[in-house]
Design a protein around this ligand. Structure first.
Ligand code: PXP
Length: 238
C-alpha cells in the first residue's frame, strides 16, 4: 500500500496574513501541491485565525473537497464551521491559548471525551471522516477507538525533537507499537508534526502507516528549491 502525503499549507496563509495581501493564495498552492504528488491538503482553522481564514476553507472545500483534511479543535464553534464547509476529513486537535503550534495529542479527560465523542458523532452524520491527534500511547489509542474515530494521527513531535539517536529509536518504537495497536483496533494510522526530509524516512518505514501530514519543513525547503520541487522531493522520499 502506498503512503499518502498530506501537505499542510497553513504557512502559505501565514505569509499572506503578514501583509493582509491577496496573495499568496492557499487555493493556488493546494492545486500545485496536488499536481506535484500530494494526496491531501491539510489546513488548520485556528480560533485566532492567524493563518487560514474561513473563506480559504470555503474555497478549498468548494474546489477540492475530496482532498481537504481540516485540523481544528473540538469547540462547538469549530464543529459548526466543519459542518458548514464539509471537508473530506477532519483531525481534531487540542488548541491551547498562546501556543506557537500544536503542542501534542489530545488529553482524554472525561470532559474532553464527552465533547469529542459528540463531535465525532455529528461529523459522521454528515459523512466526514474523523481523525484524532493522539500521543503514541496505548491508553490514548484505545480512547480514540472507543470514541468512534476512523483514524488516529500519531503525534511525532517528541520523535522529531529527540535529543539523540538512542532516544529517537525508543520514540520510533513507541510509534511502531502504537501503529500496530491502532490497526488491531481497526483504525487507520496517520502521523505528523515536526517531520522533515531526514526524520521522515524511519516513520515512513513503519508497517501500517498510511499518511503523513507535513507542513513547516516543506514550506521551508520551498524557499530554497521552490514549492513544486519541495513537495515532489518529500513524496519521493516517502
Ligand atoms: N499534524 C498536526 C495534527 C498538526 O497540528 C501539525 C501542525 O499544524 C502538523 C501535522 C504539521 O506539522 P509540521 O508543520 O511541523 O510539519
Amino acid at each position: 500500500m502506498s503512503l499518502a502525503l498530506g501537505v499542510n499549507i497553513d504557512h502559505i496563509a501565514t505569509l499572506r496574513q503578514a501583509r493582509r495581501a491577496g496573495f499568496p493564495d492557499p487555493l493556488s498552492y493546494a492545486f500545485l501541491a496536488l499536481a506535484c504528488g500530494a494526496d491531501y491538503i491539510v489546513v488548520h482553522l485556528r480560533k485566532d485565525r492567524r493563518h487560514i481564514q474561513e473563506e480559504d476553507l470555503a474555497r478549498l472545500c468548494k474546489k477540492l473537497r475530496k482532498h481537504i483534511h481540516l485540523e481544528c479543535s473540538y469547540t462547538p464553534q469549530m464543529q459548526e464551521a466543519v459542518l458548514k464547509y464539509k471537508p473530506y476529513s477532519v483531525c481534531i486537535v487540542p488548541e491551547l491559548p498562546g501556543e506557537v503550534t500544536t503542542t501534542g495529542g489530545l488529553k482524554f479527560t472525561p470532559a474532553v471525551q464527552k465533547r469529542v465523542g459528540e463531535m465525532v458523532e455529528a461529523l459522521h452524520k454528515k459523512g466526514i471522516l474523523v481523525s484524532l491527534f493522539v500521543s503514541p500511547e496505548a491508553s490514548d489509542i484505545r480512547a480514540a477507538a472507543k470514541l468512534g474515530a476512523d483514524i488516529v494521527e500519531l503525534c511525532t513531535r517528541d520523535y522529531s525533537e529527540a535529543a539523540n539517536k538512542k532516544q529517537a529509536q525508543k520514540l520510533l518504537q513507541d510509534l511502531a507499537l502504537s501503529t500496530l495497536l491502532a490497526k488491531e483496533l481497526g483504525l487507520k494510522v496517520h502521523a505528523g508534526h515536526g517531520l522533515d526530509y531526514e526524520n521522515v524516512l524511519a516513520v515512513a518505514d513503519i508497517g501500517g502507516m498510511e499518511c503523513m501530514n507535513i507542513g513547516f519543513s516543506i514550506i521551508n525547503r520551498s524557499l530554497e528549491v521552490g514549492f513544486p520541487s519541495a513537495v515532489a522531493e518529500m513524496k519521493e522520499l516517502m
